[in-house]
Design a binder for this molecule. Structure first.
Ligand code: HAM
Length: 495
């Protein structure tokens, strides 16, 4: 649906113009937004309403008032201050864990060249692109994930980066998803990646960092588990069945789809790939293996997959995170570029979609024409984990605005003095909200209470005459008078 809309949307205006005609953004925009609205199948976007609003300009040049749709585009979110406090809290936890594990932060543009995502393995993520042609006729896309941008950045340095590198980022990612609980059209995704390490030490370090985050926010191994498998398992079965290596990535993507749909639904994909149904059935059989021990029986003691997984499990014991980890041969992950260990954090009650996912992707740089460089990492979305934290009741309260002191002048004559008090407290590091208008004390105290301030500093004529300020401790309900020249000491004592 999305692709066909896109093709129509971009071709119609172009073909209707003679060659060499410059296409104005208006020409492009009008049919585009209408088709998007129709293709989305949902409510009409505010952009369409804006276009309608323009068309309703009356003869006299005045516009008729059409009420603005105040919803953000479908699948996206507004962050009001209390939502923002929760988001900042989450990002702070992510950043703090990344720092504890020696990762450094990077970023890339949210808009990338579409070619960065044109992989031909039939992945969902490439079918869900928010892509368009920009005014310079370039095919661009909002990033659906960060890994290709990271690969591009590493490649751009042409070996100038000293490996191994441990980088993290918290990008907003865009996917034209079918919306379900915890799946949106934009999400923030904590990415942690290690480049230049080809052993499972990298995966173990990454998963240990993830576990540290879970522990730090109050979740336990009873709440969350991390399923681990290796794509080498599929690779070895395919080799045994004589299937050429170039079919590996697309087969993994197909097998991942079988988690969601019955095998009959992918018959067409199987034929396109030239795979016998029996091959997939054999794979599915191996993927029901319950332990590394029985995997050993199926694949043999020399199996690289078995060695890799056993080595990884030993490292998890060294990190003392084994309670969080379980081998699950059915975990394949839906991205084509994974080559080795893959993992997925999930809620043990089984009610939510995957909390986080990742794995090893040693060949991604090669697919871009770069040098083979081992890499592993994970992406951890903001949506599902917040659902889980709410459900487990472990989120702190975000009611308080973080303001320490509300400062107000009883009348306009004391306003300059109030500013001086506020400036002194701010210089001491306090968060201070000065009441900018002439308000009644009752209003001010109610306001201070609503925003969760700790103190209220009142400057009236009597106080000023004595060179003082009256400060009420809003938690204790006590009021004291503080000399203006002792304000700094008071602020230090009440950090
Ligand atoms: P992914 O499995 O596509 O991997 O996404 C990783 C995580 O991002 C998911 O487990 C989920 O938490 C979150 N996520 C994905 N799509 C959505 C959505 N529509 N709404 C809300 N949350 C979502 C990747 O993206 C890889 N690039 C991760 C990676 C980094 N692999 C190696 N390094």
């Amino acid at each position: 649906m999305w692709n066909s809309c896109r093709a129509l949307a971009f071709r119609t205006p172009k073909t209707s113009l003679s060659s060499g005609t410059r296409i104005s953004s208006g020409v492009l925009k009008q049919p585009l937004i209408r088709l998007f609205a129709a293709g989305g199948g949902g409510r009409v976007s505010s952009a369409v309403q804006d276009a309608d609003l323009l068309s309703k300009t009356t003869e006299k040049g005045t516009t008729q008032q059409t009420k603005l749709d105040t919803n953000p585009p479908k699948g996206t979110r507004d962050f009001y201050p209390e939502d923002m406090r929760l988001r900042t809290w989450l990002f702070d936890h992510w950043r703090s864990v990344a720092k504890t594990y020696g990762f450094v932060e990077y970023d890339a543009p949210v808009l990338e060249n579409e070619s960065l995502y044109t992989r031909k393995a039939g992945e969902e993520v490439t079918q869900q692109l928010y892509n368009f042609v920009d005014k310079g006729d370039r095919n661009v896309a909002l990033r659906p994930e960060m890994t290709p941008s990271l690969a591009r950045m590493v490649m751009a340095k042409k070996g100038g980066l000293s490996l191994p590198l441990k980088w993290y980022s918290i990008p907003q990612c865009w996917r034209y998803e079918r919306m379900t609980r915890g799946r949106r059209r934009e999400h923030f995704q904590w990415n942690m990646d290690i480049w230049g390490v080809d052993g499972q030490q990298a995966e173990a370090e990454l998963i240990a960092a993830m576990v540290t985050f879970f522990k730090n926010v109050g979740l336990t191994s009873d709440d969350v588990g991390i399923k681990v498998n290796s794509r080498l398992v599929i690779g070895e079965v395919l080799t045994e069945l004589g299937i050429p290596e170039e079919k590996f990535a697309a087969t993994c993507v197909l097998v991942d789809k079988l988690e969601k749909v019955p095998i009959d639904a992918i018959q067409g994909d199987l034929e396109e790939l030239g795979l016998d149904r029996s091959v997939v059935e054999k794979l599915l059989d191996v993927l029901t293996t319950k332990s590394i021990e029985s995997l050993k029986e199926t694949l043999g003691a020399d199996s690289e997959a078995v060695k890799q997984l056993s080595g990884f499990m030993d490292l998890c014991e060294a990190y003392e995170i084994q309670d969080w980890i379980l081998f699950d041969a059915s975990v394949v992950r839906g991205l084509a570029y994974y080559t080795g260990i893959v993992f997925e954090a999930f809620d043990r009650k089984g009610e939510l979609r995957a909390i986080a996912g990742g794995g090893r992707y040693d060949k991604l740089l090669e697919t871009f024409g770069g040098e083979p460089t081992p890499a592993a990492g994970f992406g951890f979305g903001d949506a599902v984990v917040v659902e889980l934290l709410k459900e487990r009741n472990v989120l702190p309260s975000f009611d308080s605005s973080g303001v320490d002191t509300v400062v107000f002048a009883l009348s306009p004559e004391q306003y300059s003095a109030a500013i001086k008090v506020a400036s002194t407290l701010r210089a001491c590091g306090q968060s201070v909200d000065v009441i900018l208008e002439n308000k009644k004390p009752k209003w001010v105290f109610k306001h201070a209470d609503r925003i969760g301030a700790r103190f209220c500093a009142v400057i009236g004529a009597d106080e000023l005459e004595k060179g003082e300020v009256a400060i009420k401790n809003l938690d204790a309900g006590e009021q004291t008078s503080i000399k203006l020249d002792s304000l700094e000491t008071w602020a230090e004592e009440n950090q």
